[in-house]
Design a binder for this molecule. Structure first.
Ligand SMILES: C[S@@+](CC[C@H](N)C(=O)[O-])C[C@H]1O[C@@H](n2cnc3c(N)ncnc32)[C@H](O)[C@@H]1O
Length: 188
């Protein structure tokens, strides 16, 4: 798979890509509705690379962001298909041109909460489901949570309930979420 080209600064509706300097290192930041949605930081790359190695089979991811997980997942030969849902059409329009062209990859514009029912009606099943839709939940040096972590956990619980029927009955099938900088594994 060819290396993804550097992202260029661009604006689409309320979303934009900005290239900033992080010390001596260039960093692409995705901004949507006035919030930083994602930054191409080494820590984010490393986490998404680890995630790409951990999944297999038919994979569903909620939240495209900069799509840092896409190449690691598609490079993984155990991944049969990768379906991504992104709620913000402007983010999808900005980032889609940088995604690899692959018959294994589909990008849908929609809300993960609303998408479980139609997927279920079509008999879709996934081996791995991962959610990374939350913004602004970080831990300060003093250990305080910034962002509404409690609300994020409630949403996570709701997602678990509506998406659990879409996991295959393989006992290894997994549902995870990136929340508050921690990867949480869920079982129904
Ligand atoms: C933190 S970013 C995802 C970062 C991503 N893992 C990456 O590699 O760049 C969160 C993304 O989830 C999207 N999002 C937020 N709520 C969503 C929802 N309910 N359904 C689908 N996408 C959602 C946001 O618009 C944003 O693009």
């Amino acid at each position: 798979m060819r290396q993804r080209p550097a992202m260029r600064e661009a604006q689409h509706g309320s979303a934009s890509l900005r290239n900033v300097a992080l010390g001596s290192r260039p960093c692409t930041v995705l901004i949507g509705d006035g919030h930083v949605k994602m930054a191409d930081l080494p820590s984010e790359r490393a986490a998404n690379t680890r995630l790409g190695r951990a999944v297999w089979g038919n994979v569903f991811v909620g939240g495209l962001g900069l799509g840092l997980f896409v190449e690691p997942m598609l490079r993984n030969p155990q991944v049969r298909s990768l379906t991504i849902a992104e709620i913000d059409p402007d983010v999808a329009a900005l980032v889609a041109p940088y995604l690899p062209v692959s018959p294994r990859l589909s990008l849908i514009v929609g809300d993960v909460l609303a998408l479980a029912a139609p997927f279920q009606q079509h008999g879709a099943l996934f081996d791995c489901i991962h959610f990374d839709i939350w913004l602004g939940t970080v831990v300060t040096a003093h250990g305080a949570w910034l962002g509404d972590y409690a609300q994020h956990l409630r949403e996570f619980d709701q997602l678990r309930r509506v998406w659990s029927p879409l996991l295959t009955d393989d006992p290894a099938a997994m549902m995870t979420a990136w929340i508050g900088g921690r990867l949480r594994a869920l079982r129904s």
